[in-house]
Design a binder for this molecule. Structure first.
Ligand code: DGP
Length: 140
């Protein structure tokens, strides 16, 4: 628990939220700035800033909860023809609230979402080089 963290305060109940799910490890509530109606955040109860600091069991649990919410969203009657699961880490990667969270975002034809990743085709040698750098640091 971090008293200056918005999500910790939501979890302990001192800030209001619209919760959709809660168990011993995680809580899920409506995002106050939804990309589309039905946008949910899945959050670990313990205060951890970024994914790289989170234990794998809790990370796997967050994904399990997100999958269940995704299914519920599709059946909810809200507009949801597809979904994006989004997880930002670090200010440079759009993380605004420094408490790990997984976005479950409903999408539908004609929604107003626009994201520009600025992708460019890579060369085969570059792909091999980058793959080697990552493989060298992968934990077994
Ligand atoms: P991110 O950029 O990945 O850190 O997303 C943070 C999200 O948290 C953003 O979509 C808005 C949401 N958010 C910020 N403050 C509050 C709050 O007080 N309550 C709720 N429910 N959501 C919040």
């Amino acid at each position: 628990m971090s008293s200056d963290c918005i999500f910790c305060r939501i979890i302990e109940g001192s800030l209001p939220s619209s919760k959709v799910y809660e168990d011993e490890l995680a809580v899920a509530f409506m995002d106050i700035m939804p990309v589309n109606p039905g946008h949910v955040l899945v959050v670990p109860k313990k205060h951890v800033r970024e994914l790289s600091e989170l234990d794998e069991d809790t990370g796997a649990h967050l994904f399990r909860v997100a999958m269940r919410i995704e299914k519920a969203l599709r059946a909810s009657g809200l507009q949801c023809e597809g979904t994006n699961l989004l997880q930002n880490n670090g200010r440079e990667a759009w993380q605004e609230v420094m408490h790990v969270h997984l976005h479950v975002i409903p999408r539908f034809r004609g929604d107003k979402v626009k994201v520009h990743f600025g992708q460019q085709q890579a060369r085969r040698e570059e792909l091999g080089l980058w793959a080697g750098q990552i493989k060298a640091r992968l934990q077994p």
